[in-house]
Design a binder for this molecule. Sequence first.
Ligand code: F3S
Length: 425
Amino acid sequence: MAMKLTESQAALLEGEKGAAFAKVMKTLVMYGEAFGAEKMVPITGGQGHLVTSFGLGVMKPVFSLLDGIIREGALPGQKFTVDPRPLDPDVPANFLQKLFFKIMYSKQEYYEGQLRKLGLVNDDGFTCTCYMNEVGNVPKKGDILSWAESSAVVYANSVLGARCNRNSGIIELFGSIAGCVPYFGLLTDEGRKAAWVVEIKTSGKPEAQVLGSAIGMKVMEDVPWIRGLDAWLGTTLDAAARDYLKDMGAAAASNGAVGLYHGENLTPEAKEQGSALISPGAKTYVIDDAELERVRAGYPCIWKDPAAEPKLCFVGCPHLSLNQMQSWTAALLEALKTAGRTRLAIPTVFTAAPAVAAEFRQSPAAEALKKAGAVVSSICPLMYMNNPLCGTMPVITNSNKLRTYTSSRYYRDDEILKKIAGAVK
Ligand code: F3S
């Protein structure tokens, strides 16, 4: 093998700790070599994060792989959080859908048992926003991670300044087991340089989800340097800026394949290194009002009947922060008042990490939201939608990631608000 390994890494590969560790290491070496990595670097982030959160009955090879790892004691050296669960009985579903979920995710309990044995932090560790303070899996600047969830990877790289590639499911677990990851791409200084300069020239604050979508579709897997965001977000990563970047990044990561962006005068590496982070010959992409409108107008509606009444609305993909839960509730109550209603016109699910939802439930806003008929859940809306029964339902969302991967229809925050409050059809 071409990759240079340290003595302890080579010993692991040669089976010093058993056959399972050796296979894990061999897989990582092959994975790294496919991307031209010449060495492995130790993981320094405190916790891992796994993307596979669902016990799909058909994933038999994964279950038997994990059984083998557990049996041979090749456990990760770090605890980990996991993406959101696919099931929540509180999320509206009809009898047939519930039956279908039961069959589809028939291995959920079994899989969660495996996760516990492997090192799941706790039963509340299921969220894609593991980096929220309430959850506690918050990498530090410069930490090397082995994660795969695209929305979490782009956040960790860009907002926190940690270093992580867009790994695949299982590979990220293997990194946590071996304690090291191949050194390439976004782990390297060179790989973190911007190949694009995105200039924001809009007349108002761009909708985070549409801006991220525009950037993702243009730069694909490249790193963009975003100029002009500070005019709308300021130069400090306060809670509002972090929430905005969370949603923008998830859209860029799913509508394209962005794993890292730099916000001029805003994100940690951009502040520290300035324009030295822009590659010579970087291309330019100007985003103005017309460009945002062009991108937005290009989203197809794939409902069987585009004029159908929405049956469900999801807000919170990626999961909402506590501040977002509070501000959505306040805005919704206001919109209901204006519309002269007390109950929502469309069943709506707000999703947040279990720890965030628990804290929100302590606040008076939670009771008001419940009275209005909304559900607070920690489900993954994508997992809910990705089956033939839910896939044909007219579902609306403010998430560009959910729109991209499912048949749900995207609306801006203000449009969603009016729709669920019954102010417009
Ligand atoms: Fe999170 Fe599921 Fe959306 S993992 S980003 S809620 S698709």
